[in-house]
Write a protein that binds this ligand. Structure first.
Ligand SMILES: [Zn+2]
Length: 456
């Protein structure tokens, strides 16, 4: 009897173990099947870890940016387009973080939980980006490092994006990993870059002033080239004499804006930094994430430190994608969608298997604040930079010349078209190039004009 009982017990234990392991396997297969199917060991999709088979990726005009032909993964015909779009598409060996060949692998490979990877019905990804405009923007960045992007502020669709440095994946430089010219080459600087903002930060200080200083439009500021706070000194880029709030922004007067920052205090500035969506990473519907900016000036800091923070020259860091989204919100009455560029994925029967569903960014400015800022940024261009720089586009914007210890300043331009029938916002940063207007301002102006000409 005892032996039989033991055998039954053993049988029960073995059966339970068998069922448990089978259950675990099924659970794992069900929830991780996609991971297994799309892994680089899958010989249908990869050869020696290199992607060989996936669907097409096309730009807004239908230009092929990536496709599979004769069992080989191929990219755009033009070397300039391949170079400009490298960070968007990603390389086939997985060096580029966040390329859509990786983030949209499931849609590209036609993965389905029932049928697995469907070799005959791969999907086509359609982007909102114009490949030629991206190549144009990349040339505007060179020879500097940096990024440019243009977004439709009504829909959130990005029409142009370029990050420098880049390379042609058909002709990857041998010395890329130990040549300073290619420092950070695998990063898309629009999403991953963090920079001292310089004077584009005055838009954040102006936002706070509009909301917190009742008589800001009645105040005047006197600039004799420097401002002594008692515990330090803020130096201006010029001697501006007596200026109003608007003139101070137009002429980017450091003395006036340091005084405004001291009136506001660190807490108000920090709040405006958060309001503008610059403090936290943005999660995009393209399955990317931008780097969070940082504003570390607090009530513990001296007046001169708060003054330097108010003109964007302290420890503050901003991310270009976040600042572009902020510009979209100012242009669009206070709110904006998260910018994105993957419009849809369609299968062989032209049925959409993925459709972008734009999401609101966390930025919420009041309509009044947004329209006041919009008019102020318009006056920067009309009253100071000169409308002639921007050709056919009636622009609003702010330049920044962020002083650096490691060489020439970073040049910034952040702005947007005033005319809502051409609803585009632009961000440009050219690292260690020089003056904001001369480098970033002109690059942004040329890209906006090129877009305007394409649509006329
Ligand atoms: Zn000044």
């Amino acid at each position: 009897m005892k032996t039989i009982n033991k055998r039954i017990l053993l049988l029960v234990v073995v059966t339970i173990l068998f069922l448990a392991i089978t259950g675990l396997l099924m659970f794992s297969m069900f929830f991780h099947a996609e991971e297994y199917a799309l892994q680089s060991v899958n010989g249908h999709l990869y050869e020696n870890g290199v992607l060989i088979s996936a669907g097409d990726i096309v730009d807004v005009n239908g230009t092929k940016l990536a496709y599979t032909e004769d069992g080989e993964r191929k990219y755009a015909d033009s070397a300039q387009v391949r170079t400009a779009l490298l960070h968007i598409i990603g390389d086939d060996a997985g060096f580029i973080a966040g390329g859509i060949q990786d983030t949209f692998r499931e849609e590209l490979c036609g993965y389905n939980i029932i049928y697995g990877v469907n070799q005959t019905a791969r999907n086509t990804l359609q982007l909102s980006l114009d490949a030629d405009l991206c190549a144009y923007a990349y040339n505007e960045l060179r020879p500097y490092k940096g990024c440019i992007a243009v977004c439709n502020y009504k829909t959130g669709e990005l029409v142009c994006m370029a990050s420098s440095p880049s390379y042609d994946m058909y002709d990857k430089p041998d010395n890329i990993d130990n040549n300073d010219e290619y420092e950070g080459v695998y990063i898309n600087r629009l999403y991953g870059g963090l920079y001292t903002p310089g004077s584009i930060f005055k838009v954040v200080t102006a936002l706070s002033a509009i909301e917190n200083i009742d008589d800001i439009y009645n105040q005047t500021f006197y600039c004799d080239g420097s401002y002594s706070t008692g515990d330090g000194e803020i130096i201006c880029n010029d001697v501006h004499g007596t200026v109003t709030f608007q003139q101070a922004l137009n002429q980017s007067c450091n003395v006036a804006f340091a005084q405004i920052a001291v009136q506001l205090g660190a807490d108000n500035l920090n709040h405006a930094f958060q309001q503008a969506g610059l403090a936290t990473p943005h999660k995009t519907i393209d399955r990317l994430s931008s780097t969070a900016g940082s504003f570390s000036t607090s009530t513990e800091n001296s007046d001169s430190e708060v003054g330097w923070a108010g003109i964007g020259q302290s420890t503050t860091l901003v991310n270009p994608y976040s600042f572009l989204t902020f510009m979209c919100a100012v242009a669009n009455g206070g709110t904006a969608y998260e910018p994105y560029f993957v419009r849809s994925a369609v299968n062989g029967n032209n049925r959409q298997v993925y459709t972008a569903k734009p999401v609101d960014s966390s930025i919420t400015l009041s309509k009044t604040t947004a329209s006041t800022l919009k008019e102020l940024l318009r006056s920067d261009v009309s009253d100071f930079y000169g409308d002639y720089i921007f050709g056919d586009v009636t622009m609003c914007g702010k330049t920044g010349t962020a002083e650096r210890d490691d060489g020439l300043p970073h040049a910034w331009f952040a702005g947007f078209s005033y005319d809502e029938s051409f609803p585009y916002a632009v961000i440009a940063v050219l690292e260690n190039s020089g003056s904001g207007l001369r480098y970033a301002g002109h690059a942004a102006a040329n890209v906006m004009q090129e877009l305007y000409d394409k649509q006329s």
